[in-house]
Design a protein around this ligand. Sequence first.
Ligand SMILES: C[S@@+](CC[C@H](N)C(=O)[O-])C[C@H]1O[C@@H](n2cnc3c(N)ncnc32)[C@H](O)[C@@H]1O
Length: 224
Amino acid sequence: MKHASHHPTPASDWYENAFDLTRGIAAYTRSPLVDGIAKVIAKHPDADIANAFNHKQVACKIWARDTLLQAAGKSYERIVVLGGWYGILPAMLLEDRRFEIAVAESYDIDPSVETVARTLNATHADRFRAVTADMYAIDYPRLGADLIINTSCEHIADLRSWLELIPAGTRVLLQSNDYFSEPTHINCVASVEAFADQAKLSTIDFAGALPTKKYTRFMLIGTV
Ligand SMILES: C[S@@+](CC[C@H](N)C(=O)[O-])C[C@H]1O[C@@H](n2cnc3c(N)ncnc32)[C@H](O)[C@@H]1O
């Protein structure tokens, strides 16, 4: 114990406090993902991990994970997450014992997130890969993924032309939203119907909406 409990904790100690607290929550919940977050706080203090794991991000990804299980089943050879950032969704999928996943990969154009994603997924090092790549430049037929996930379709200028890079019959999980006022959102949709019109999937296992305080998130699970 560094601080006597009657002393107010200086704000500057919050990095250390966040690390200790996260390690404690990891021990209590036995979650490899939470343990990974503690490691990220210690090794990559500049990573925006609190934003990436805020309760709204978590809610959208739990929605994706639970719906995927119901709509498309538990077994995957190779899951590829595009714009995967710190690899939180792969971590959530890999630690979920309801699933049987051989490999999950996170692709992101930002080279600085690769090592953070690896630290976050250190427990699953044998089943996780982080790759720096532009999602428009990936050779999808060669990847041979049986599930491709993109939870930031609102950032893709032309969703259909990106989907055309993916071999027909591949299963995809896509999320977008109606958060038009955020300037980096260049391709929001007003409804799940509009999202489905844009994606033109050949089969649909799930189409739905998750209202949040500021905006509604939409999700499609199906095959291209
Ligand atoms: C900030 S996250 C989006 C957050 C979103 N709510 C989510 O979790 O799905 C978007 C990520 O996509 C990445 N990204 C943007 N353009 C990309 C591209 N062309 N190829 C691969 N990744 C890209 C960014 O570097 C960023 O890490």
